[in-house]
Design a protein around this ligand. Sequence first.
Ligand code: HEC
Length: 145
Amino acid sequence: MNNKNTVLATLVATCLGFSTALYAHGDVVPQSVNTGELETIGEEWLDENPYRAPNEQNALAIDIGSSAYNQNCARCHGLEAQSGGIAPDLRLLEPGLDGDDWYKERVINGAVRNGAVYMPRMADYLSQEALWAIRTYIESRPLPE
Ligand code: HEC
């Protein structure tokens, strides 16, 4: 092997190792969420968070979302929605419908680039009710200073 090929082989090996490590990180075991009394939504994804105030289930959704978030999102996005830097701070998503749209896009599709899973498709594991409850919880957290 000439020098150029050796460099190339090393590069390829490094990249492979790197993506495997990322995959291991993304390969999480999501915890099922009991959404209890929350009104069921069905299969079809809504465009807007149904539990946002003044919805009467707002407080309940925050409660359920808090535990669901801390079990399923916190290891990457930070405890109590305060990012430690591994993944974006979700309190910075736009409030209301615009933020809902991007939130929904991400939880359904995850973040996968070149075969590396940066974020799993959380909607494959968690119900729509659980995921909107998490969005409700995140919106209830104070913004970073
Ligand atoms: C294995 C780590 C991991 C887990 C678990 C995870 N995420 Fe993520 N998430 C990421 C990473 C990394 C990004 C940034 C992706 C990128 O760079 O494109 C991200 C991006 C996002 C975004 C887009 C943020 C933005 O500012 O663009 C949303 C919304 C999101 N995640 C929601 C969630 C929710 C809700 C959960 C839990 C149900 C969750 N994530 C679980 C790693 C994770």
